[in-house]
Ligand binder design. Sequence first.
Ligand code: ZN
Length: 206
Amino acid sequence: MDTDAPLLGEPLPVELMNTVWADRDGVHDALRDRDHTRAWLHAVCARTDLLTPGDLDGLTASDLDGLGQRLVGLRDALRRLAAEATEDRRPAAASGVRDLEAAVTALNRAAGDTPRWSVLSWTPGQAPSRHVRTSGQAASAAVSAIAEDAVALFSRDDRLQLRACFGPGCVLYFVKNHPRREWCSAGCGNRARSARHYQRHRGTTA
Ligand SMILES: [Zn+2]
């Protein structure tokens, strides 16, 4: 199965935030069970430097439950921090983590959870290359790596480019990578424009 998370090509911490997404039927969780957790990890593994599809095949049900719990905990912490950074007041987007300090603690714990390090490999006659190693499971180390990326995102000026999407009913975040970008996606832009058009039309006929 494929993940139902709207992967928008954002940095991975933002993609993780967006595993909470909404449509006409309400708010959904793309990490709601172990199959969805595996599907999301499968969809993003090529963007990590240590997780492969083969690593995911080797995970047991209880591995996936544990990973799911850690991803959801990290995700809710990141959404709390994103709400702080963007002054987001969207009620449907509110994180289960209310306290800023609790969110920071959860993020830092996730970053340090599974140690990772780089090694150089250099065979004579070939180009040297970097590989990431971990003492734990690759999937677990990938969660820690996403947390570490989030530490970098929130501690740098990148934080100032983070936006809550104010498309109708949208609960997603995005990084404003273009001065004219207003929405998480073209779909949200279209919905916002038709909502405005509808409002104007109603205004003139009422
Ligand atoms: Zn949106």
